[in-house]
Design a binder for this molecule. Structure first.
Ligand code: NAP
Length: 323
């Protein structure tokens, strides 16, 4: 009988039920919220790769060469995420292991959060909340002054599905939207009325830089000291892609020397962000703990889709969404 190994014990029950259609389901006693990005121990993944036919994982569960080398029976890795930077996809291919993910179903939720973060940092929402709770808020003219969105330029870096969804939303706020992506998207430019610009121009002219790139070996530390050196003085930086797209030290410098007016971040190079981190000490930074897709309906759909990928693979030889 096939064995399907799931690294979290509190995914929606519909997921485990679906997986039972194709094999015996083994569940790791993870204990925490299933959506914590703290990965399961390497030995657990190695052991599962050796004994099982399918692995269902979440962000943080590192399926690298070592795990894939242990794959004796493993045929498919299905992640409950669209991002696959925690999986060595090329090596999996070489080892004959399929990789599946959950695109599309989370796009609106992540775009909603990106816009929420943008407004939160532009209008000091999180800071205002903090000041009230600490009994320090005074409704004085001139305090907690933010900036308008209307008429400002938003530059989206990485116009994938999430980037497009963010663009749609920001246009509704009366913003001018420009983008840079490795591939130009004339059809989206035409449909939405947004403009492609070179990256340097985007950085030097945008009031808000919104990052929705995938993390790959080519995009790791994409935002380094040089790029932050090019951003318009007083711009805001929003990242809903992955933390390792950004050199955190360079970001901190840009915030501390005032080049950036603020930042709003859902993702970090180390997750969870260690307590007392320098980012958490800055009033002009809004932080959320990787909750881009954390809406009940979206997360349920992601979990179901990850299971459907496994079922489709064993029934037809192909997952619904192969990477
Ligand atoms: P997508 O449609 O596949 O878009 C991927 C984006 O990354 C595209 O803009 C693509 O550029 C760009 N890209 C990929 N490889 C690249 C490379 N080697 N060099 C330069 N650009 C590259 O995926 P999506 O659904 O929009 O998701 C984008 C990312 O958001 C995911 O990979 C994930 O890391 C992140 N995400 C975060 C959360 C969260 O909770 N914060 C949730 C979901 C996703 P082109 O289109 O121009 O090729």
């Amino acid at each position: 009988m096939r064995c399907v190994f799931v690294t979290r014990d509190r995914f929606p029950s519909s997921m485990y039920k679906k997986l039972e259609e194709v094999g015996r389901v083994e569940v790791y006693p993870y204990g925490e919220s299933p959506w914590s990005t703290r990965g399961v121990p390497k030995e657990v993944l190695i052991d599962a790769a050796r004994r099982c036919d399918a692995l269902v994982i979440y962000i943080g569960d590192l399926v690298d060469k070592e795990v894939l080398d242990a794959a004796e029976r493993l045929k498919i890795v299905s992640t409950v995420s669209v991002g696959v930077d925690h999986i060595d996809v090329e090596y999996a291919k070489r080892r004959g292991v399929a990789v599946a993910h959950t695109p599309y179903v989370l796009v609106d939720a992540v775009a909603d959060l990106a816009v929420g973060l943008l407004i939160a940092v532009a209008r000091k929402i999180a800071l205002g909340d903090r000041l009230i709770r600490e009994g320090r808020a005074s409704p004085v003219w001139g305090s907690l002054m933010g900036v308008d969105l209307k008429g400002k330029r938003a530059g989206i870096v990485g116009l994938g599905n999430i980037g497009v969804a963010v663009a749609r939303r920001l246009l509704a706020f009366g913003m001018e939207v420009v983008y840079w992506s490795r591939r130009r998207k004339p059809e989206v430019e035409f449909a939405l009325g947004i403009k492609y610009v070179e990256l340097d121009e985007l950085l030097s002219t945008s009031d808000f830089v919104v990052v929705a790139l995938a993390l790959t070996p080519e995009t790791e530390r994409f935002f380094d000291r040089e790029k932050f050196g090019k951003v318009k003085r007083g711009a805001f930086f929003i990242n809903v892609g992955r933390g390792r797209l950004v050199d955190t030290e360079a970001l901190l410098e840009a915030l501390e020397d005032g080049r950036l007016a603020g930042a709003a971040l859902d993702v970090f190079d180390v997750e969870p962000l260690p307590p007392g981190h320098r980012l958490a000490k800055l009033d002009n930074v809004v932080l959320t703990p990787h909750i881009g897709s954390a809406a009940v309906e979206t997360r349920e759909r992601m979990a179901e889709l990850a299971a459907e990928n496994v079922v489709a693979f064993f029934r037809t030889g192909k997952p619904l969404y192969a990477v």
